[in-house]
Design a protein around this ligand. Structure first.
Ligand SMILES: NC(=O)C1=CN([C@@H]2O[C@H](COP(=O)(O)OP(=O)(O)OC[C@H]3O[C@@H](n4cnc5c(N)ncnc54)[C@H](OP(=O)(O)O)[C@@H]3O)[C@@H](O)[C@H]2O)C=CC1
Ligand SMILES: CC(=O)N[C@@H](CCC(=O)OP(=O)(O)O)C(=O)O
Length: 339
């Protein structure tokens, strides 16, 4: 007789639910067939209610202080806390016996260039949660470090070239990225007010000053590339989305710009290739990296121009975190991410 297929269910909590990534996580968890939301925390907004649209309805989620969260009563916690505040809570979650997907840079390769003291039991070398590159590292992990948003858009675009030795040794890969304002988080900042940013477009963190360079350099070296990165982020006055334009000096000519991507990502449900150019509208609210590439003419150096678009709050944060949690819990990797 066929056994009745009962879907496994896991209890999860969200630390930092009042933030932009935390809200997105709550929506994904509430719409997930195998996860239930056991708690959601806030700091200054503790005691208030979060309105979340998921599964065709609106949910009112009470937000408690992190100290009141039942860490022992869950299987896994998503930590969507600011850098620096996260490590302490990861330590508490691990001590309580649950697993963690951490969205901060505290445990990523290079730690964003800042070394925080890690509480006992928190590994300094947590697997880097980019499933398309390092899926096998995650299944048994107690803690996974979710990548940064810019790093996701850039590394998924560069990895196939790095792995196949296509990036010219010693070359400088030039990256220009533009991010929607939700990338800066929900805490109020004067320079992010509507009147300050609307109808404007500007670079920031110029001169290779952005913390994502640490995780990008470490990951590319791990994949075998020997190159420099010149990374310039820009603030784009839209809500969400990142578009990265990446100029890659090649070690040998390519006749088909997308060939390395077709080969590397043929079986990756969350990487889309386009023979056109990816746009933010293609990826907003979706857990995908969408990649296009062209071979520019009129240059002495063989070069590939790659375009990569993601939603910073989904594939760049909460969606990738759920993808990682699915792997850690032995669920279908795409569970809860198709809608
Ligand atoms: N925004 C994005 O696109 C991405 C963000 N990330 C990372 O995810 C994490 C969350 O980012 P984001 O959602 O943008 O941040 P937000 O600033 O929007 O939210 C931060 C959350 O943490 C809570 N919080 C703040 N300080 C503390 C503290 N000391 N102790 C406990 N809780 C605290 C806030 O509560 P309250 O509001 O109630 O004070 C809020 O819920 C960060 O590490 C960020 O780098 C990663 C990828 C993309
Ligand atoms: C527009 C904007 O300000 N974006 C953020 C990146 C947010 C992110 O994903 O990075 P972390 O997870 O490392 O914070 C920034 O440049 O700092």
């Amino acid at each position: 007789m066929p056994q009745s297929a009962v879907a496994p269910t896991y209890r999860v909590g969200v630390l930092g639910a009042s933030g932009y990534s935390g809200r997105e996580l709550c929506a994904l968890v509430l719409g997930h067939p195998n996860l239930t939301l056991a708690f959601a925390t806030a700091n200054s907004q503790r005691g208030t209610t979060l309105r979340v649209r998921a599964g065709g309805r609106v949910h009112d989620v009470p937000m408690v202080a992190p100290e009141e969260a039942d860490l022992a009563g869950v299987d896994l916690v998503f930590a969507a806390l600011p850098h620096g505040a996260s490590a302490e809570w990861i330590g508490k979650v691990i001590a309580a016996g649950a697993r963690v997907v951490d969205l901060s840079s505290d445990l990523r390769p290079g730690h964003g260039g800042v070394t925080h003291a890690l509480p006992a039991g928190v590994p300094a070398d947590a697997p880097y949660g980019m499933p398309e590159l390092f899926r096998a590292d995650m299944a048994n992990a107690r803690v996974v470090a979710n990548p940064g948003c810019y790093a996701t858009s850039i590394l998924v675009a560069l990895a196939p070239l790095a792995k196949s030795g296509l990036i010219a040794p010693g070359a400088t890969v030039n990256i220009s990225s533009a991010s929607g304002v939700s990338g800066a988080g929900a805490s109020p900042k004067l320079e992010l007010l509507f009147a300050e940013i609307t109808e404007d477009f500007r670079a920031y963190g110029v001169g290779n000053a952005h913390r994502h360079l640490y995780e990008m350099r470490a990951t590319l070296a791990r994949l075998g590339a020997d190159c420099d990165l010149l990374f310039t982020p820009h603030l784009l006055p839209v809500d969400r989305g990142i578009l990265s334009t990446i100029s890659v000096p090649l070690s040998r000519p390519l006749s088909d710009a997308l060939a390395p991507y077709r080969e590397a990502y043929a079986n990756e449900p969350f990487v889309e290739l386009t023979t056109g150019l990816p746009a933010l509208a293609d990826v907003q609210h979706r857990n995908v990296v969408r990649i296009g590439a062209v071979i520019p003419t009129g240059l002495r150096q063989d070069t590939l121009l790659v375009f990569s678009a993601i939603d910073n709050l989904v594939k760049g944060a909460a969606g990738q975190a759920v993808q990682n949690a699915n792997i850690m819990l032995g669920l279908d990797e795409g569970a809860g991410l198709q809608a």
